[in-house]
Design a protein around this ligand. Structure first.
Ligand code: MRU
Length: 364
């Protein structure tokens, strides 16, 4: 592994990070996730437009991680702006719009940009260095709070994992998708740390293969038993009674408890209900969008044809033939047995709503 080189310990709290800020070089540092697991390389970014491009291109991905990357992108712009409060506000606005368009489904992106915008409004009339310092402190707070939230939801979810369970997860909701530690993988890590004898089946997660490339890599490094299956094998293992518990992350949770997550998650939830297996979700409260009434209102990203039609240079679908690529799907609340957040747990399938968590308070 190419060591992460920073002037201070990474906020992820781990030997690798999806995203960090180099305070000396004034650069956003990202692990190039498109190369994993074959190569471990970090990329450095010097302005918000480059950060936005990296988010769209999936150098960094995962709902909380792209929010943190955008927050750090705004810090870069704050550092570069030496003009008056008006110039600062205009620059923040332009960069926020650019970053906000990078990916549409994960609400954590818009949430982080809005929080940075409130900070920018508070400090716009301060001296340039003070403004930039305040923006950096806010971005770091978002990052630290995310790691802390992952640990709290991890403990909550881990308590629900049966001893000896085989756990199915989909996509990558690990340290690579968050500030550190992970949401769904936070639950798995915490269960392992509690001494529960667990093993994991990781859906490979076509077409982007986050499960095959990222989830198995993360769990293997922690010494947690993991096997990768193709997405189409999940039904086979459910039918054989080999899956005891499902946990996934989320990109947006609507007010009625509907959950958007990586394409294929809904399949897992339907199978879990058919086979009487708990289907659970771990996500920070920043993933809850109380302004969004239901799953049908969640914008679903459609990505390019070639991510389905090719793997690297290998052509799977002949040129000229169309492919569809919705990157996320929505699991209706009635199929979601439990959602773990840093503010507590709700049971959407039993009619409990995310609004209950809003009143639990805590954080911005
Ligand atoms: O397209 P991606 O890789 O950004 O999709 C990621 C997911 O769907 C994750 O499950 C979700 O963002 C939760 S990450 C803690």
């Amino acid at each position: 592994m190419t060591a992460l080189s920073l002037p201070r310990p990474p906020l992820s709290g781990a030997s690798y990070s999806a995203v960090e800020f180099d305070t000396v070089a004034a650069q956003v540092v990202m692990l190039e996730q498109r190369l994993l697991p074959a190569r471990i390389e970090y990329r450095r970014y010097e302005d918000a437009a480059a950060v936005a491009e990296a988010i769209t291109a999936m150098v960094v991905r995962g709902a909380p991680a792209i929010g943190i990357a955008a927050a750090y992108g705004l810090v870069l712009e704050a550092l570069h702006e030496r003009g008056d409060g008006g110039a600062f506000a205009a620059r923040m606005e332009t960069a926020s719009v650019r970053l906000g368009r990078a990916r549409p489904t994960a609400v954590n992106l818009a949430w982080a940009i809005a929080r940075m915008g409130r900070c920018a409004a508070r400090v716009a009339d301060s001296a340039p260095d003070a403004r930039a310092a305040a923006m950096l402190a806010e971005a770091e707070a978002i990052h630290r709070e995310d790691v802390e939230a992952c640990r709290r939801m991890g403990e909550l979810g881990a308590a629900r994992v049966p001893q000896g369970a085989t756990i199915l997860t989909h996509c990558n909701a690990g340290a690579l998708a968050t500030g550190g530690y992970g949401t769904a993988l936070g639950v798995i890590r915490a269960a392992h740390a509690m001494g529960k004898q667990i093993r994991v089946l990781a859906d490979e997660t076509r077409p982007y293969l986050q499960g095959a490339r990222l989830t198995s890599w993360e769990l293997n490094q922690d010494g947690i038993e993991v096997e990768v299956i193709t997405d189409s094998m999940a039904a086979f293992f459910f039918a054989r009674g080999e899956i005891d518990f499902c946990v996934v992350g989320s990109d947006r949770i609507a007010r009625n408890g509907d959950v958007a997550n990586k394409i294929g998650t809904y399949n897992v939830a339907v199978l879990a209900r058919e086979h009487g297996v708990p289907f659970t979700v771990a996500a920070p409260f920043s993933t809850v969008d109380l302004a969004c009434p239901d799953g049908a209102s969640i914008p679903i990203e459609e990505r390019g044809r070639d991510e389905v039609a090719r793997i690297g240079d290998t052509v799977l679908v002949a040129d000229g033939i169309g492919c569809r690529h919705p990157a996320f799907d929505v699991t209706p609340a009635r199929l979601v047995d439990e959602i773990y957040t840093e503010r507590g747990m709700i049971r959407p399938a039993k009619g409990e709503l995310p609004t209950q968590l809003a009143s639990a308070g805590g954080g911005e």
